[in-house]
Write a protein that binds this ligand. Structure first.
Ligand SMILES: CC(C)(COP(=O)(O)OP(=O)(O)OC[C@H]1O[C@@H](n2cnc3c(N)ncnc32)[C@H](O)[C@@H]1OP(=O)(O)O)[C@@H](O)C(=O)NCCC(=O)NCCS
Length: 183
């Protein structure tokens, strides 16, 4: 009788320990996964129009209707979207759309026929080379290119060989832009 009771008690204690361990495991697993996710490598690949809208909206059209993050030409056959992925999450985007450069400078010969648009990296991943990788992918095989760069980001493009042309101009409601091109 005493032996049976001891075994029963041991099983009960073990059950309690197992339950506590699984609860603690569940509690610490989420932060561990979050840290692993933050450190995961980033891969750039060709994307689809629907994959770029969320990051575009969050970074470039915050506070505006989501539809404002959809660009004319997003679904055109000549359009190329690029996405930077960390695990399965899109963290950066850029798009190249067929559109002739307005007022090209004489040295922009041949005239750029493709516009770089919607360059955006999530704030928490900036400064880690994601923008550089996206730009390199988009530029490959698409030169010459042109873009309307936000004035604050002109040095980013200059660092990758882009040149400014003309005076800064306003695109309401976003602000001042600089036309740039890449031979
Ligand atoms: C601009 C943006 C795409 C850059 O992406 P990122 O991942 O932070 O850039 P990277 O880490 O790849 O930086 C690449 C280089 O550009 C430089 N750089 C990045 N952002 C810069 C900026 N705003 N001004 C000057 N230089 C910049 C970096 O210092 C780095 O230089 P290095 O090669 O000498 O080290 C990102 O800051 C962003 O999404 N900004 C808000 C949206 C925006 O303004 N988009 C452009 C619309 S025209």
């Amino acid at each position: 009788m005493i032996r049976w009771f001891t075994e029963w008690l041991q099983r009960l204690v073990q059950l309690g320990i197992d339950l506590a361990m699984s609860l603690i495991g569940g509690l610490i697993q989420a932060p561990i996964e979050a840290v692993a996710r933050g450190r995961a490598p980033i891969a750039v690949r060709r994307g689809e129009a629907h994959e770029v809208i969320d990051v575009r909206h969050r970074v470039l059209r915050e506070g505006h209707p989501r539809q404002d993050a959809v660009f004319k030409g997003d679904e055109a056959p000549g359009t190329c979207h690029w996405v930077a992925l960390q695990h399965d999450r899109v963290v950066g985007v850029v798009t190249v759309i067929e559109a002739p450069m307005p007022d090209p400078p004489p040295e922009a010969e041949p005239r750029p026929t493709h516009q770089l648009r919607g360059m955006a990296v999530l704030p928490e991943l900036r400064g880690e080379g994601v923008g550089r990788e996206l730009l390199a992918a988009a530029q490959l095989g698409a030169r010459p290119l042109w873009c309307n760069a936000r004035v604050g980001v002109v040095p980013f493009y200059e660092g990758h060989g882009w040149r400014s042309t003309g005076e800064p101009f306003s695109i309401p409601p976003i602000g001042l832009h600089q036309r740039m091109w890449l031979p």
